[in-house]
Design a protein around this ligand. Structure first.
Ligand code: TXA
Ligand code: MG
Length: 319
């Protein structure tokens, strides 16, 4: 099989109805989608991604209203967040109804619900009479795809169709929020900043990652990793410490004359967090394809989308 890349919604819809997988665009990253109510189709996602079955999937719907059959209750706080940020890069963990197969939630009592802010994806979701389970469309543990070409490079042999919605506008995955005794709790920092969330939800708690704890899925530490080792720190110091190696460099905004231009990426020359997030995964892929000994990178200021970017960089640097 060789994936076709195109914008044929009717084809995407009919493949999904037959229980097949289709890569879908969202504003964050591309997803590998299947009918969330069809356990066989969902099992196929896990096989194609080589993903452990204890790592549950997000369920995509065209509106929170459309998710009602799949959740037992919608707390007021969830409704407030949804009113402010759905469609958008927010995923809510809500008590699941029996309609959701065990495999989707890895047996957990909550289901992850998301309404992507992407016109083509929303149009697809609206024409389906089932929701779409979709993880990011990358092999487990590798960098998430932010363009159809990224999906085709790794999963192109295993899926029939990639729905082309162009490059992803946000570029990092959705922010995952649940409620613990009604306190809004962030399980994954993502495309919706903590500052924006807090403005609507009030004070938040943030759960940090564990090393590889199935009891806290979504929080595996090693993730988003390129094959090339990455070290984080002050770039001038790292460049001195690793002289003689074939280095790649990933910086927030500054260029470094010590490294050939083709081997360095500035995430945003104007130091704009949104632009940096949009460019992050493509930059990691680009450097990873250069047969380097090492990638040196720096963390961004720990604010706005800098937090989500730093989270991905830290995970990528765990080898
Ligand atoms: O932006 C996104 O969220 C993208 C696009 C495609 O929607 N999706 C995505 O899916 O990033 P994935 O599978 O790569 O990451 C989803 C994370 C996983 O780490 C998973 O463990 C966590 O969400 N998750 C999903 N369902 C969960 C649940 N019921 N309870 C706790 N964590 C859950
Ligand atoms: Mg993923």
């Amino acid at each position: 099989m060789k994936a076709v890349i195109g914008t044929d919604l009717a084809l995407a819809r009919s493949l999904l109805q037959q229980g097949q997988l289709v890569a879908i665009p969202t504003e964050t990253v591309y997803g590998l989608a299947a009918n969330a109510l069809n356990a066989d189709a969902v099992a196929h996602i896990f096989r194609v991604k080589n993903r452990p079955s204890f790592d549950p999937l997000i369920v995509h719907v065209p509106s929170l209203e459309a998710a009602r059959p799949y959740v037992l209750q919608l707390p007021d706080a969830a409704l407030r967040l949804a009113a402010a940020f759905m469609p958008g890069p927010l995923t809510l963990l809500l008590p699941r109804s029996p309609l959701i197969p065990d495999l989707v939630t890895s047996g957990l009592e909550r289901v992850a619900i998301r309404v992507p802010a992407h016109p083509l994806c929303l149009e697809l979701l609206q024409t389906l009479d089932f929701p779409l389970a979709a993880p990011s469309a990358n092999p487990f543990g590798y960098i998430s795809p932010t363009s159809p070409a990224h999906v085709a490079a790794q999963l192109g042999e295993q899926i029939p169709y990639i729905l082309d919605g162009g490059p992803c506008r946000v570029g990092v995955e959705s922010t995952i929020v649940g409620f613990e005794h009604e306190v809004p709790t962030v399980y994954r920092k993502g495309g919706l900043s903590l500052e924006m969330l807090e403005a609507i939800a009030g004070p938040l708690q943030v759960r940090e990652h564990s090393s590889s704890n199935p009891a806290a899925p979504g929080m595996l530490l090693t993730h988003y990793a390129p094959r090339t080792p990455i070290v984080l720190g002050i770039l001038e110091e790292l460049l001195n410490a690793h002289q003689g190696k074939r280095l790649g460099l990933l910086s927030f905004s500054r260029a470094y004359p010590q490294v050939p231009e083709a081997r360095q990426v500035q995430l945003s020359p104007t130091a704009d967090f949104n632009e940096a997030a949009r460019n992050l995964f493509a930059a990691m892929r680009q450097l990873d394809n250069l047969e380097l000994d090492l990638i040196v990178a720096e963390l961004l200021p720990e604010e706005q989308l800098g937090r989500a970017i730093n989270d991905r960089l830290r995970r990528a640097a765990v080898h």
